[in-house]
Design a protein around this ligand. Structure first.
Ligand code: ACO
Length: 312
């Protein structure tokens, strides 16, 4: 039996920062941001609201959605590049707060591909019968590493968290195939520098993302013995609507078969795919037995994709 997602949750901070708010402090416009990125607003954490606080809320929601208690979790994996401090890890912080007494805990770093990487790592532990239930979290407080005077990056990012419980699911459902990739030669195009600010070569990242998202989606379908026609719904990392549309077109999917939450949240990095999944499920866009393709890309450079059949 395959591992799959048996419960999922999200959390975004209360404060909303709109493009119109940004117009007041940066040489930019709502029109530029919307047409070049698809973003209209993003949520920003309060000063005293840390990455671990966002992670904790999303994790609680995922456990509740799975109908589980924290002591049933064998391992916690948190994907983040904006941890509260180098250590203790965010995973250990939420292990304590959730009361997950049976769980091991670790953070992993794969930037915006973090949700995919964490899910794939969890799958290995579940399918090898090492742990029955693994809790994964994708979380970022990017607002603390954004240079708010740099219009090239300040408009793109938002804070948020998503979490999922990964466990064995019924025959035929769950994760059918995956791909993880990395190209360290492109690391210079997207990084957090010594001053703790995001630096990005937007055009290079854009070109890489368009190429890689399309290729990875096709690769996981082939690995699962599926074709483009089998795909019911696509959940791409929400970084730029134009990158997402290119991936959708590569799969030949109609507009309503792709997740679009970027307008509300901006790019929440490791959290974005899980946040989208929660909203898409609530909206009824994803149903049991649908073939869903998740694709992410990000700093590293890293990328990853998963083909799964939805349902417990
Ligand atoms: N407002 C107004 N004008 C702007 C802004 C802004 N916020 N930002 C840049 N511009 C200007 C530029 O200065 C440039 O002006 P010029 O022609 O006079 O030099 C012009 O707009 C065009 O700039 P480009 O960089 O060519 O704009 P582009 O269409 O490439 O869009 C963007 C830029 C949105 C950053 C795009 O390249 C992109 O989305 N790249 C991918 C970024 C991404 O996905 N990053 C996240 C990766 S995930 C992770 O791991 C964190």
């Amino acid at each position: 039996m395959n591992a799959g997602i048996i419960g999922i949750g999200k959390y975004v901070p209360k404060k909303v920062l709109t493009n119109v708010d940004l117009e007041k402090v940066l040489d930019t416009s709502d029109e530029w941001i919307r047409t070049r990125t698809g973003i209209e607003a993003r949520h920003i954490a309060a000063e005293d609201e840390e990455t671990s606080d966002l992670a904790y809320e999303a994790a609680k929601n995922a456990l509740e959605h799975a109908g589980m208690t924290a002591d049933q979790i064998g391992l916690i994996i948190v994907a983040t590049v904006t941890q509260d401090q180098n250590f203790p890890s965010v995973a250990c912080q939420i292990q304590e707060r959730l009361g997950a007494k049976q769980a091991g805990a670790m953070d992993i770093s794969a930037a915006c591909s973090g949700f995919i990487y964490a899910t794939v790592v969890a799958k290995q532990f579940v399918e090898s019968n090492s742990y029955e239930h693994v809790l994964i979290v994708g979380v970022e407080k990017l607002s603390k590493v954004v240079d708010w005077e740099d219009r090239n990056t300040a408009i793109l990012f938002g804070d948020g968290a998503s979490a999922a419980v990964i466990s064995k699911v019924s025959e035929g459902r769950g994760i059918l195939s995956f791909e993880l990739g990395a190209d360290g030669t492109g690391g210079k195009h997207l990084l957090i520098d010594q001053q703790n600010n995001i630096q990005m070569n937007g055009r290079e990242v854009f070109k890489f993302a368009v190429r890689q998202m399309g290729e990875s989606a096709i690769n996981v379908l082939e690995k699962a013995g599926l074709t483009k026609e089998d795909v019911d719904f696509l959940v791409p990392h929400q970084a730029n609507i134009r990158i997402m549309e290119a991936a959708r077109e590569r799969l030949g999917l109609p507009e309503d078969k792709m997740s679009k939450t970027i307008h509300k949240y901006g790019n929440t990095s490791a959290a974005s795919i899980g946040i989208s999944l929660v909203d898409d499920l609530q909206a009824g866009y994803i149903k049991d037995d649908d073939v869903v393709v998740l694709i992410g890309f990000g700093g590293g450079l890293t990328w990853g994709a998963i083909a799964l059949k939805w349902g417990k």
